[in-house]
Design a protein around this ligand. Structure first.
Ligand SMILES: NC(=O)c1ccc[n+]([C@@H]2O[C@H](COP(=O)([O-])OP(=O)(O)OC[C@H]3O[C@@H](n4cnc5c(N)ncnc54)[C@H](OP(=O)(O)O)[C@@H]3O)[C@@H](O)[C@H]2O)c1
Length: 315
């Protein structure tokens, strides 16, 4: 089968579109004929070798943490999934990824793909959708009537976070530059602050219950968000290379988020897509053979805002 792999850590040039052995599922696993995977920012850091501490991978390594595809073979002891099922999942981060024609996945991390969007586009949902859900509700405890600031709402996580927070009955204040502002407004933001033109701290006039930071800000900019949060509120940060600050005197908790795969939460997100409550936006679709060029774009900072899907097969 075809796969994109790297045999050594390094820049985008270490990625090779090459032949690899088609894998066989073990107990509790299924093989998926991949329709698409997606690009996540962490992929570049894994490829560069920067994540060998928290996310150790073996070489050669196939990237691709999200999968959308069709179940093609079952290992032993798999009861809940059948050959032919169209599924999505957030794959184990240290395992072999889905930038290939086939991938092995633990059956327990999979859920049915939403049927109302193309299967390949559903690869835009798992990792970033789960991050948005876990940030808002598992960690942020957001409830109806609260105010949430989403810093970095123009990105892939932010697009889902704005929609989910709005649907939960929160007032959503979002930051986005001009390229993303219309999409963030359409997602349901009540206020959009252009972080390239306005001081975010100055533009938030009333305290928020929860702030999410999804943006590559400076530690000083991250610390400034704490002052915008009411006593007893929370700051949830996904850019975990800098720890989330807190204010213990005021009971403001700083939380570093590490997304985890959760098939039940993903099923809930997929159901929301199915009813039209949650929209899946795809900024760009690239073919598997062009994944090395996509990594080069990411390294050069020239990716579009939003989610990029890597298509593998017509399905
Ligand atoms: N810890 C975890 O488990 C976990 C999980 C998922 C993601 N992450 C991380 O969380 C971050 C968000 O993920 P993502 O997939 O949504 O990334 P993304 O698609 O690259 O979005 C990041 C967005 O931040 C915005 N931005 C850039 N500089 C900004 C600034 N100074 N102020 C406000 N916004 C700014 C940009 O939007 P505009 O220019 O369009 O406004 C960009 O679209 C990434 O760093 C990612 O690696 C971590």
């Amino acid at each position: 089968m075809k796969a994109v792999r790297f045999h050594e850590f390094g820049g985008p040039e270490v990625l090779r579109f090459e032949d690899a052995e088609r894998p066989t599922p073990g107990a509790g696993q299924v093989r998926i004929r991949v329709a698409a995977t997606s690009f996540n920012g962490v992929d570049g850091n894994i490829r560069a070798g920067f994540m060998q501490g928290p996310i150790p991978v073996e070489l050669p390594h196939t990237p691709g943490l999200d999968v959308a595809g069709t179940v093609d073979a079952l290992g032993a002891d798999v009861d809940d999934v059948a050959v032919g099922d169209q599924v999505i999942g957030f794959l184990p981060m240290t395992g072999i990824g889905a930038a290939a024609e086939y991938v092995i996945a633990p059956a327990e991390i999979l859920t049915g793909a939403p049927r109302n969007i193309p299967l390949a586009d559903a690869a835009a949902l798992p990792l970033v959708g789960l991050t948005a859900w876990q940030a808002l509700f598992d960690h942020g405890k957001l409830t109806a009537g609260q105010r949430v600031l989403i810093n970095g709402a123009g990105g892939a996580v932010g697009g889902y976070a704005v929609q989910l927070a709005k649907e939960a009955g929160a007032t959503v204040i979002a930051t986005a530059s001009a390229r993303s502002a219309d999409r963030v407004s359409a997602a349901g933001a009540d206020q959009v602050i252009d972080h390239t033109a306005t001081d975010v701290a100055g533009a938030v006039t009333e305290p928020v219950d929860l702030a999410l930071n999804l943006a590559p800000v400076t530690p000083e900019q991250l610390a400034a968000l704490v002052a915008l949060i009411r006593d007893g509120g929370a700051l949830v940060n996904t850019t975990v290379w800098m720890p989330a600050p807190s204010d213990e005197e005021r009971g403001v908790r700083g939380i570093d988020l590490f997304v985890r795969s959760d098939a039940d939460q993903l099923a809930d997100l997929a159901a929301r897509v199915g009813t039209g409550e949650l929209r899946v936006d795809v900024a760009r679709r690239v073919a598997l053979a062009d994944l090395p060029a996509l990594h080069a774009d990411a390294a050069a900072g020239t990716l579009p805002s939003g989610k990029v899907v890597v298509t593998v097969a017509d399905a």
